[in-house]
Design a binder for this molecule. Structure first.
Ligand SMILES: [Zn+2]
Length: 330
């Protein structure tokens, strides 16, 4: 975010440009809301949460997202199986300095909209109506989230539950697809300002709950790995970052569903009712670097679901590439 918009944004909120405080919100104790599990309905009433960091937003009984500390956001994105019954909703939660909270669930806002209403960087979807060829190369449809990395994204790989020894390298290739702007629509690489750095293996699990329908607390490291999940789900990405005084991503954890059958070309066998692991990884990394979903019909990596044996679509569609360059273009 540009400096002057940061100032304008802070002034619009009636706050000074100080350091974000991690201290409990003691002064609001008499008026704050003590609920630890808070529903969308309660959020609509704009309660000030006494202790956001210990609270969770319960979406529909089955899904929940841990509310992050004041001044930060968390986002959860799901990648579904085509034709399945996954009903989890992509959700963003923003917490103000004083504990007011805004949730955006599948594009609808609940709670304190003033938290980001002055922010020019908030979610914007750019689409271009075009006759869509199956290649995904005739549309620039993309959805730019509102936070991105302003430093290298350091990532660790957690091999626990991995379905193949080739999985880590496939994740690496997926990161390179975005860093180098590798598109199925161009025959050249595109230089970007995106920088990612593999840090080695980790015993930490990606920071989503065991069933992967919730993002639990950020632990400071971006971890990429595997978890058993419901079979209608292929993967989950949780991102965290700052939004009050500067807009930046600070952590992104990616989990693919270890319960699915995954396709690895290294095995030398044709795809048989398996999901293309690299395609799914590339999709989740798209979220990790700041992109949202576009409609399935545009045939982009950032569509919300995938079918078995989509083995020809590891590279970016034109909309994916446009979104990448909107954020990290040089
Ligand atoms: Zn997604």
């Amino acid at each position: 975010m540009k400096a002057f918009t940061t100032v304008a944004f802070a002034l619009a909120l009636g706050i000074g440009l100080g350091v974000v405080s991690n201290a409990p919100i003691a002064s609001a104790a008499s008026t704050c809301n003590p609920e630890i599990r808070i529903s969308i309905g309660r959020l609509e009433e704009n309660p000030v949460l006494c202790d956001p960091q210990l609270s969770v937003l319960v979406l529909d009984g089955a899904h929940s997202v841990a509310i992050p500390r004041p001044g930060t956001f968390v986002e959860v994105h799901f990648l579904a199986r085509d034709g399945g019954n996954w009903n989890g909703q992509d959700t963003s939660i923003f917490v103000g300095e004083k504990g007011s909270t805004l949730a955006i669930v599948d594009g609808k806002s609940f709670g304190d909209e003033s938290l980001i209403s002055s922010n020019p960087d908030q979610l914007q979807t750019v689409t271009q109506a075009a006759t869509q060829a199956p290649s995904g190369c005739t549309t620039n449809a993309n959805s730019v989230g509102w936070a991105s990395w302003n430093k290298a994204m350091q990532w660790w790989y957690a091999p626990n539950n991995e379905p193949s020894l080739y999985a880590r390298n496939r994740f690496g290739s997926s990161f390179q697809t975005w860093v180098r702007g590798l598109s199925r629509c161009t025959n050249y690489e595109t230089l970007t300002a995106l920088n990612t750095a593999f840090q080695g293996n980790s015993s930490l699990a990606p920071s989503s709950s065991a069933s992967a329908t919730s993002c639990i607390s950020s632990e400071g490291k971006s971890v990429v790995g595997w978890k058993p999940m419901p079979l209608d789900l292929l993967g989950v990405t949780c991102t965290w970052g700052e939004f009050l005084f500067s807009t930046s991503m600070s952590e992104a954890d990616i989990a693919l569903n270890s319960s699915q059958p995954w396709f690895f070309p290294e095995n030398g066998l044709p795809c048989a009712n398996q999901f293309n692991m690299q395609q799914a990884a590339t999709h989740e990394i798209g979220h990790a670097i700041g992109l949202g979903h576009v409609d399935t019909s545009y045939n982009q990596i950032m569509g919300p679901s995938a079918s078995v044996c989509e083995v020809g679509s590891n590279k970016l569609g034109l909309g994916d590439l446009t979104g990448l360059l909107n954020i990290y273009g040089k």
